[in-house]
Ligand binder design. Structure first.
Ligand SMILES: Cc1ncc(COP(=O)(O)O)c(C=O)c1O
Length: 385
């Protein structure tokens, strides 16, 4: 929530910035922890969603583990309180240097995406005289029913090993003496709100588990990846993601064998709704048929709308009425730099504060300095109460 006193304090600040509501973050993380405990599911927070130090410390402090996609994310996770032996190292393009970083750190396991990657990790681990614990990311060929750029689990995606390559996979695993096989990893895509997608993913996990077991591999863990969605349309009323629904779906669709564990890798769901971009209107431009509120943030601050046609709730915090229809656009010289078309909101004026909600995931982490603009800093609710 953006309180009146927070709004007052914004007057003293340069815009744009990411405003982190730490109460929302803590409540979300607490809900995850209690629900995961109830259903016996282990979560590894996907650091890529938001790798801000204070966010990471809050999540690691609650006992949640980490999922990292690069060597640098591993280093950052370790510096912010995540234990190495709870880190899952994901990614389609792990370099030799990153594999060495991960082995030296002692990560829990590598989620491997290709047969060549298995061979490279085997060789590097052998050279270092260690065994690398690995899980195999299999391609579930499940349609996440989400935007095509954030769908990652269908047959044609670059991610994971498809079932038609399993014979070669099994032969590789049997040959690679420095790999310790632990289980199966999947990830269908991002911003999944339809629990049927997860139900289908659970079914696939059980099918794959049977296949691997039949071939003599001991499947100790099943990992369904991330992807849990949030409500971008009504984030102020419905900011809590449906972690209960996800865990219930898992418990209804997977029966674990003794000693087996089940894992998820949520990123967006944990952090999306704790942050708002606070921006000022630089100019109001009156067109022949349209009015534009031109903000001092842009696609370099939040690239999701331009990159995936993502829609975020946009609000004029300074003026609630009269209501007018207008477009809310960013300050970059690209037409795709638009945050809302035909918004019905409080009439915009130069200097008004606008909030772009649900900016906590894939927001600040994707900032860039296009046009040599400054990076938007973080402001935390804890510091201005
Ligand atoms: C393998 C893997 N796990 C977890 C995530 C996190 O996804 P989300 O932020 O949608 O939960 C991603 C996102 O790209 C991913 O690729």
């Amino acid at each position: 929530m953006i309180t009146q006193s927070a709004l007052q304090s914004f007057n003293r600040m340069e815009t744009p910035f990411f405003y982190y509501d730490m109460d929302i973050l803590r409540a979300t993380v607490e809900k995850f922890v209690s629900t995961l405990d109830k259903y016996g599911v282990t979560a590894h927070y996907a650091v890529k969603a938001n790798s801000n130090d204070r966010i990471l410390k809050t999540i690691s402090g609650a006992g949640i583990k980490a999922e990292c996609a690069t060597g640098n994310e591993i280093t950052l996770a370790l510096a912010n309180g995540f234990a190495a032996d709870g880190i899952f190292f994901d990614g389609v393009a792990k370099t030799d240097k990153e594999i060495i970083t991960a082995l030296k750190a002692g990560v829990e396991l590598f989620n491997c995406e290709s047969i060549q990657e298995l061979e490279v990790i085997d060789a590097i681990a052998g050279g270092m005289g260690v065994k690398a614990a690995i899980a195999v990311r299999v391609n579930p060929d499940v349609d996440a029913k989400t935007h095509k750029y954030i769908t990652t689990g269908t047959e044609e995606d670059k991610f994971g090993i498809s079932s038609w390559a399993f014979d070669e996979l099994f032969a590789t695993l049997a040959r690679c003496r420095n790999l310790q096989f632990t289980g199966i990893h999947m990830h269908a895509g991002s911003q999944i709100t339809d629990m049927n997608v997860y139900a289908e993913l659970c079914k696939k996990a059980s099918e794959f588990e049977k296949l691997f077991t039949q071939r003599g591999f001991d499947v100790k863990l099943l990992n369904l990846g991330g992807g849990l969605g949030v409500d971008y349309e009504k984030p102020l009323d419905n900011w809590m993601p449906d972690i209960e629904g996800l865990c219930r779906t898992i418990s209804q669709n997977i029966s674990l064998k003794p000693g087996q564990t089940i894992h998820i890798e949520p990123g967006r769901a944990m952090v999306a709704n704790c942050a708002h971009i606070i921006s000022r209107v630089v100019y109001v431009k009156e067109g022949l048929k349209k009015k534009f509120a031109i903000l001092d943030c842009g696609m370099h601050t939040l690239i999701r709308p331009a990159l995936y046609q993502a829609s975020h709730k946009v609000e004029n915090l300074s003026c609630r009425e009269p209501l007018e229809k207008y477009d809310v656009v960013g300050c970059v010289c690209e037409s795709s730099d638009t945050f809302a078309k035909g918004l019905l909101g409080g009439a915009p004026h130069r200097g008004d504060f606008f909030a772009i909600h649900s900016a906590g995931a894939y927001g600040q982490v994707m900032n860039m300095r296009y046009l040599q603009r400054d990076l938007a800093p973080a402001v935390y609710s804890d510091d201005i109460k």
